[in-house]
Design a protein around this ligand. Structure first.
Ligand code: ATP
Length: 262
């Protein structure tokens, strides 16, 4: 499979070289090489335990690799200065809720907006506009503790976008969302893609990935199995799910379960 071409002809937004990450005796990333072109909507897919979240956390600066090089938006992520420079230019929605639980969504947004140099009026206006796009107006003045999983995900995405970051990092952006919210988020992300925002996400929701991604990478056992543009990855397959399942090998046959006879 070809390596992904840079959709803007610039240096890659993310470049990972020979990444190794160990958890005790377990090697979660085993020499991973990966490039995310600028302006791409890049989806990292693969089996449970393949190393997607580990990769995501390293790209997001939430965790460090034991070996290898991480370059994000031109900065090497091995120095404090590199991390600080990158942090202001990315929006992050990890697999946990990154908001302060005892505050409302609006209070979270105003705090983070201030941290990112946005005045309360600008942050408030952007918040209302984004919440309107996602149908999340009703949650803005509720404390995070009382929000459902999907509501938290929406709120985290809204807050992550307030400073108009040039790259969004999204861990499982569609999990836990109802079909209407998933559709709204998809439409919002498609609009951002048209504006040249780079999106790097992990996902198991392959039908949605197929609708929004420009590039896909399949991870297997901490290594890159395949990567390419969506068209290259699809090839002759009828859908991305078929393609990914065939790349990873078919599922196991069901056991007899003769004892399970309620
Ligand atoms: P999933 O699709 O299930 O979310 P994933 O591809 O995101 O999986 P990771 O969470 O990156 O996989 O995990 C990769 C491997 O590292 C797995 O074998 C996992 O058990 C292991 N692992 C991840 N985090 C830790 C940890 N904190 N301590 C020990 N092992 C870990």
């Amino acid at each position: 499979m070809t390596s992904p071409t840079d959709v803007r002809g610039a240096k890659p937004a993310v470049s990972l070289r020979r990444l190794v990450r160990r958890y005790g005796a377990l090697t979660a990333l085993d020499g991973l090489d990966l490039e995310v072109p600028r302006g791409a909507f890049f989806a990292l897919v693969g089996r449970n335990g393949a190393g997607k979240t580990t990769t995501f956390r390293i790209v997001a600066g939430l965790s460090e690799a034991d070996e290898g090089t991480v370059r994000i938006l031109g900065h090497v992520l091995d120095s404090g200065a590199g991390r600080t420079a990158v942090r202001a230019r990315i929006g992050l929605v990890p697999d946990f809720c990154p908001l302060f639980e005892p505050l409302t969504v609006r209070e979270n947004a105003l705090c983070l907006g201030r941290f990112r140099g946005l005045g309360p009026r600008t942050a408030g206006e952007r918040l209302e506009e984004l919440a309107g796009a996602l149908g999340a107006e009703g949650t803005l003045d509720r404390v995070v503790t009382g929000l459902s999983r999907g509501q938290r995900k929406q709120a985290a995405l809204i807050v992550a976008m307030l400073h108009a970051p040039e790259m969004l990092l999204l861990d499982e952006p569609f999990s836990g969302l109802d079909p209407i919210s998933a559709r709204s988020i998809r439409a919002l992300l498609e609009e951002l893609r048209r504006r040249g925002v780079t999106v790097f996400m992990t996902s198991h929701t392959l039908p949605l990935v197929e609708r929004v991604a420009t590039h896909v990478a399949i991870l297997e056992a901490g290594r890159l199995l395949e990567t390419g543009t969506l068209g290259e990855m699809l090839g002759d397959a009828s859908c991305l799910e078929e393609r990914v399942v065939s790349a990873l090998g078919a599922g196991r046959p069901l056991p007899e379960l003769a004892w399970y006879a309620p």
